[in-house]
Design a protein around this ligand. Structure first.
Ligand code: G3P
Length: 227
């Protein structure tokens, strides 16, 4: 099973033009460079169409932004775990607020990912949904209030209770699952605040993927985690 060292910074490339195709490759290389230099655990999540080209050029873990449940064979247009493994992926996001799934499908995807040794990060929107998602035993939960996504206003500053509430509620029933948070995380200070609130890492996108200077943005973000 793929394991991640905590604290972890997961950079979601979403479908930003600045992080698509050849630019996904360049951005992943920047992430790897900064991760090495700062000795920080980092994951990149490019679009599915870019996964293979990115996994061939970096050694940091590459995750998919989504995975569908289902057995290989007849699922036209779906992205199955077997194809993710074949593309060199080490894990996947599930149920991102921009690509919601039903709980039964999340559970099936998590079981398949387990068999394939893929790490699973199930995204959620609040502490209650986080507990429901933790009950299907993914590798990690990432709580992200949708209204703060790409707002530049950090969850760790604007809604700290979402993080503390998620940690408290999940830990009452599940001691294993890793707990991450995201939405609006823009600076190293936002990252530090998230960790202080009990998060084991962050999931972020626009601060890096939309930046004119992604390397500078990333250095600022991971500075407080430097080993
Ligand atoms: O998956 C990360 C995410 O939804 C947060 O996005 O742009 O607010 O960092 P952003």
């Amino acid at each position: 099973m793929t394991e991640l060292r905590m604290p972890v910074v997961v950079v979601n490339f979403k479908t930003y033009p600045q992080a698509t195709g050849d630019k996904a490759v360049s951005l992943a290389k920047i992430c790897e460079k900064v991760a090495r230099e700062y000795n920080v655990s980092m994951v990149v999540a490019p679009q599915i169409a870019d996964l293979y080209r990115v996994t061939t050029v970096v050694t940091i873990p590459v995750f998919s932004q989504h995975m569908d449940p289902g057995e290989p064979g007849r699922y036209t247009g779906h992205t199955l775990g077997e194809a993710l493994v074949a593309s060199g992926c080490k894990g996947t996001l599930l149920n991102h607020s921009e690509n919601r799934m039903q709980l039964a499908d999340i559970e099936e995807a998590v079981r398949i990912a387990e068999k394939l040794k893929l790490y699973t990060i199930v995204c959620t929107n609040n502490p209650f949904v986080s507990v429901a998602a933790a009950s299907v035993r993914p590798s990690a939960i990432a709580v992200e209030p949708p209204e703060l996504i790409s707002s530049g206003i950090s969850v760790s500053k604007a809604q700290p209770e979402i993080i503390t509430g998620t940690v408290e509620k999940i830990r009452a029933v599940n001691r294993e699952v890793a707990i991450l948070c995201g939405a609006g995380i823009t600076t190293g200070e936002d990252v530090s605040a998230a960790i202080k609130l009990g998060s084991q890492g962050v999931l972020l996108a626009s601060a890096v993927a939309k930046s004119d200077k992604p390397e500078t943005a990333l250095r600022n973000l991971v500075g407080p985690l430097r080993k």
